[in-house]
Design a protein around this ligand. Structure first.
Ligand code: FEO
Length: 396
């Protein structure tokens, strides 16, 4: 499939409707994804990025139906991760000496993955590639989100090829941002930012400011996942600037796990107390064992505070909660408060473990936590509600 983006620029990627897990098992993709590859046919013919390796043969065959592969003058590898470089080995078997333009770190990553003796051409920010009337300008984007990541910009058509940045895991036959459901689109954009880009937020702001300082006109952003931003591309740039700036809404998210419902009862009564004390705050509860952890991370991203609960088991916490806390730690959230709670039968270490983990993850743990022996009695329920009232103030 080939779709015209603008003038001599065409999308030649792959829509993956079946994808449900990405990065191994780390990221849920309930709306599928796409691997966007672009063909520019000016005086010179350029291919920007490829697709994930399971689709390599299909991709190369489709590409060969659209263009004589031997006419491809340059391949641009904006990013070495396998979802974009996965078809390079199959493609370079057909056109082995074609130059592959990438960053110095791109050479390391691509060689590390494929061990190919390829014709690498290393580029850095500001380097240009003459295509005839137009040119490609390269912009390194290290750690957005890998060391090798790079953008490139096509003059004349004013297109930024941003690779992972501004993308979403969102399959659509319609490809362009103005043709898809806007709620679905921005929901996937936010999930993508929260789960993938949060740790790199300071770099996001810096890179956007650096790009804006170049004063290059921007008509279109061609991402490597999801839609192409052709209508008001500035809107996603503006959202990124907001999200990167320690974003939060008036929301408290309660995340818990439970063995025999004691900690669940605590969670629900804490929510009741918070809601009674502050009817303005948006409260969401998730049992992490039965929830999509990437959706919960997205809710944490939106929150001003989290309240995390788990019972004690074997002097520790449940593995579902431990995995979630590990995920949270890696994301380096900024400017968020936290509180902890949990039921226990005898030793009762869970609240301390939760508090320490959240502190290590960068949260300000606002209070000592609420521990409750066995299942809350009528008096215990009242204590939970009262504690929730207190949390509404402490976590404000
Ligand atoms: Fe879409 Fe970092 O790969």
């Amino acid at each position: 499939m080939k779709v015209q983006v603008k003038n001599n620029v065409n999308w030649v990627g792959k829509i993956d409707w079946e994808l449900r897990k990405f990065h191994g098992n780390e990221y849920s993709t309930s709306r599928g994804s796409s691997y966007n590859s672009y063909l520019i046919e000016e005086d010179k013919t350029v291919l920007i990025d490829t697709v994930w390796s399971p689709f390599a043969e299909e991709y190369v065959n489709n590409l060969a139906a659209e263009v004589d592969l031997n006419k491809i003058d340059y391949i641009i590898a904006n990013h070495a991760e396998i979802d974009h470089s996965g078809a390079l080995p199959a493609l370079l078997e057909r056109i082995p000496n074609t130059p592959v333009y990438c960053t110095a770190n791109g050479v390391k990553s691509l060689t590390g993955h494929y061990h190919g003796d390829w014709n690498f051409q290393v580029v850095k920010t500001g380097d240009r590639l003459d295509l005839g009337d137009k040119e490609l300008i390269f912009i390194e984007a290290p750690m957005l989100h890998w060391p090798d990541s790079m953008f490139c910009y096509l003059s004349g058509d004013n297109i930024l090829f941003s690779n992972d940045a501004f993308g979403q895991h969102y399959a659509s036959e319609y490809i362009f941002n103005d043709l898809v459901d806007q709620n679905e689109l921005f929901s996937e954009c936010l999930k993508y930012y929260a789960n993938i880009l949060t740790p790199f937020s300071p770099l996001v702001i810096k890179k956007i400011e650096e790009f804006l300082a170049l004063q290059l006109p921007l008509d279109t952003i061609c991402t490597s996942h999801g839609v192409i931003w052709r209508e008001n591309p500035a809107q996603i740039v503006e959202r990124y600037m907001q999200w990167a700036d320690a974003y939060q809404e008036n929301q408290i998210t309660i995340v818990y796990d439970t063995m025999w419902n004691a900690t669940r009862v605590m969670a629900e009564r804490l929510a009741e107390g918070i809601g009674r004390a502050d009817p303005e705050v948006n409260i969401k509860l998730f049992n992490i064992a039965g929830s999509d952890k990437n959706d919960v991370v997205t809710e944490v991203f939106k929150s001003k505070a989290v309240v995390v609960g788990c019972p004690t088991i074997n002097r520790g916490i449940l593995t579902s909660m431990a995995g979630f806390l590990e995920e949270i730690k890696g994301l380096s959230f900024k400017n968020k408060k936290a509180a902890v709670f949990g039921s226990y039968g005898w030793s009762g270490e869970s609240t301390q473990i939760l508090a320490e983990s959240l502190q290590q993850a960068g949260f300000t743990v606002a209070e000592e936590g609420l521990k409750m022996l066995w299942k809350p009695s009528e008096q215990g329920v009242a204590e939970c509600i009262a504690h929730g009232r207190k949390l509404a103030e402490v976590l404000a």
